[in-house]
Design a protein around this ligand. Structure first.
Ligand code: GLP
Length: 251
């Protein structure tokens, strides 16, 4: 089932998403959080840092697993997702680095790394709350159009469209964006007990409508979320422009 919260700015999006994370940690202090990169979750991470500093959320027992990582970027590369997570969250909250997992894009044996990542998620008891963004082509994590819904962690070729979208972080040169990534599969994402999808901006309005109101179809990977029992979509009004939303969902 999909619930909607429609907000009028990014700060409010961060606030509502942080409420969900805080509620999850309050209920289960050693929760496993599935985390995402991209610009959309930044206000969430900012708000979590604020609440942690204010003593409102306790991260000391929390464990995190990120959706994805570029292949070939070391963890100290400023565009690696490990670096992003440290900069925006991990280095600013009292979380044990041992409890923060991302796939290792430098692993010698990438398929062994993928298996190890799945095993870690399993060992930690699965994901309690997964934070997701969405790409303009409907990708979640790096599960690009055409992804098989049952896959677990695997290596993907990043689509040309996504490389162009992410070129802004690589000196505006799509060729500098790594050609591959390791990503949790849709199988991992769908196994999360709860999902919160964050979506912002007019440029995501059409794909959000196709994902949530169209057919469930691997060509729009995020459409699989219609089959999940507990999804909350927090979107701004621009991103929700093509969806009919009940008044009650407007914040
Ligand atoms: C990347 C990430 C996705 C993210 C997407 C959207 O490709 N792999 O997990 O959802 O970008 O990013 P943004 O929030 O910046 O639009």
């Amino acid at each position: 089932m999909i619930q909607y919260t429609i907000v009028d700015n990014m700060e409010t999006m961060g606030y509502w998403a942080a409420d969900m994370v805080a509620e999850q940690i309050g209920r289960k202090p050693d929760s496993v959080l599935g985390l995402a990169t991209g610009s959309t979750p930044l206000p969430l991470y900012g708000e979590l840092v604020r609440r942690s500093e204010a003593g409102e959320v306790d991260f000391t027992a929390v464990r995190t697993v990120n959706l994805d990582e570029y292949v070939g970027l070391p963890s100290d590369h400023p565009q690696s997702y490990r670096y992003f997570m440290r900069e925006h969250l991990f280095d600013r909250i009292p979380i044990d680095p041992e409890n923060t997992a991302l796939p290792d894009g430098m692993a010698q044996d990438l398929s062994a790394e993928c298996r190890a990542y799945d095993q870690l998620i399993e060992k930690w008891g699965g994901i309690d709350l997964q934070v997701l963004g969405i790409g303009h082509n409907g990708h979640i994590g790096f599960n690009e159009p055409g992804s098989v819904f049952t896959l677990k962690t695997h290596v993907v070729d990043i689509s040309e469209r996504t490389r162009i979208a992410n070129a802004r972080f690589f000196g505006d040169d799509p060729q500098k964006v790594p050609a591959q990534a390791i990503t949790m599969g849709i199988g991992n994402i769908m196994a999360a007990r709860k999902i919160v999808l964050l979506v912002s901006g007019r440029s995501k309005a059409e794909i959000l409508e196709r994902a949530l109101c169209g057919d469930v179809n691997p060509l729009v990977p995020a459409s699989v979320l219609q089959l999940h029992p507990d999804v909350t979509v927090i979107a701004d009004q621009q991103a929700a422009a093509c969806i009919e939303i009940p008044e009650a969902a407007m914040i």
